[in-house]
Design a protein around this ligand. Structure first.
Ligand SMILES: Nc1ncnc2c1ncn2[C@@H]1O[C@H](COP(=O)(O)OP(=O)(O)O)[C@@H](O)[C@H]1O
Ligand code: SF4
Ligand SMILES: [Mg+2]
Length: 326
């Protein structure tokens, strides 16, 4: 069953220098209980797409200029703000990179967790506090009962991220969007937080959109991947198939940039060159100035998202060659 379907979404930002085309026709789907990883370099439109889904886009300067966001068949873009607010938190929740700036520094974590129940369900203070402790246990914060009155800054980065996960889980939403949830953490803590999130997602059978620029993180937890470049999806595939044989040169570039175990300490070779300015995306294929496979047609004809198989797609004119290459 499709939980979320984003269809041909367009978002622009009006800036002093012109119109930045941040999202240019993004479509993706998430089924109940499924994890979709959204991958791409910084500035490719991953967060803006997520903000549009959550209904927390900065408007202005942002503006949704086209598309649909169907949540269980209902177009969220057509809902009045009042209705939208009810969906947010209760039926879909978001986890951000930086817990410290998402949590209120002057309120205890117990109060903030309990607030979810008080506000949305009219739970009493005492009951809300008890459920906050339960939640902290669920995300394995040691000594939850003793720490429920502590403030965000009294927790480590990893523990704060667990509190954010607890906050997102509180009302048992059907969909969670995690936007670079572990980027700010130490590598070892990253893995622990990621494992916890994956485990809870399975247990609650939630849909999960996991935004990251780290291919290494998604290998174990995601079912499918959508790769974004310059506000478009350039490749969409089940995780294993994408890792085995990418059908887009940009995905290949990302895969080649994963640091190998045997290369520890060596500089990771990021994809060469810079992403285009969103104020003037190059004609043809937006990736052509950086693409090692680019040919004249790439500078003139924009590749559509070609269907590769039933559940794979690639926006490269030469996807067949990519897959045939040894
Ligand atoms: N509040 C904003 N004001 C102006 N432009 C913005 C704003 N937020 C995002 N953008 C534009 O949208 C682009 C995509 O941003 P974003 O979705 O955050 O990228 P990422 O893929 O790193 O999450 C940015 O490079 C920027 O040009
Ligand atoms: S369409 Fe051309 S420029 Fe774009 S990714 Fe494919 S080969 Fe490279
Ligand atoms: Mg982002």
């Amino acid at each position: 069953m499709t939980l979320l379907e984003v269809r041909d979404l367009h978002v622009e930002f009006h800036t002093r220098d012109g119109i930045a085309k941040a999202v240019n026709g993004v479509s993706y789907e998430v089924a109940a209980g499924e994890t979709l990883a959204v991958l791409g370099e910084s500035g490719s439109g991953k967060s803006v797409t997520a903000q549009a889904v959550m209904g927390i886009l900065d408007v202005p300067p942002g503006r949704i200029t086209g598309g649909e966001i169907l949540f269980q068949g209902q177009d969220l873009l057509k809902l009045p703000e009042e209705e939208r607010r009810k969906v947010r938190g209760a039926r879909m929740a978001m986890i951000f990179q930086d817990a410290l700036s998402s949590l209120n520094p002057v309120l205890s974590v117990g109060y903030q967790l309990g607030e979810m129940y008080r506000v949305h369900q009219g739970t009493s203070r005492k009951e809300a506090r008890a459920r906050a402790v339960e939640l902290m246990d669920r995300v394995r914060i040691p000594a939850a009962r003793e720490r429920v009155n502590d403030y965000p800054h009294q927790f480590s980065g990893g523990m704060r991220q667990r509190i954010m996960i607890a906050m997102a889980l509180a009302l048992e939403p059907e969909l969670i969007i995690a936007d670079e949830p572990t980027t700010a953490l130490d590598v070892t803590v990253q893995a622990q937080v990621m494992d916890l999130l994956a485990e809870l997602q399975r247990e609650y059978r939630m849909g999960l959109i996991l935004i990251t620029h780290d291919l290494g993180v998604v290998a174990d937890v995601a079912d499918r991947i959508a790769v974004m470049y310059a506000g478009r999806i350039v490749e969409r595939a089940p995780v294993r198939e994408l890792y085995a044989a990418p059908a887009h040169p940009y995905t290949r570039g990302l895969l080649d940039s994963i640091p190998r175990v045997d290369q520890k300490g060596r500089e990771l070779n990021a994809v060469k060159g810079l992403p285009p300015s969103l104020l003037s995306i190059p004609p043809g294929c937006a990736y052509n100035p950086r693409c090692p496979m680019a040919r004249p047609v790439c500078r003139t004809d924009e590749p559509p998202l070609y269907e590769v198989t039933e559940d794979r797609a690639s926006a490269c004119h030469f996807w067949k060659e990519m897959l045939d290459a040894p």
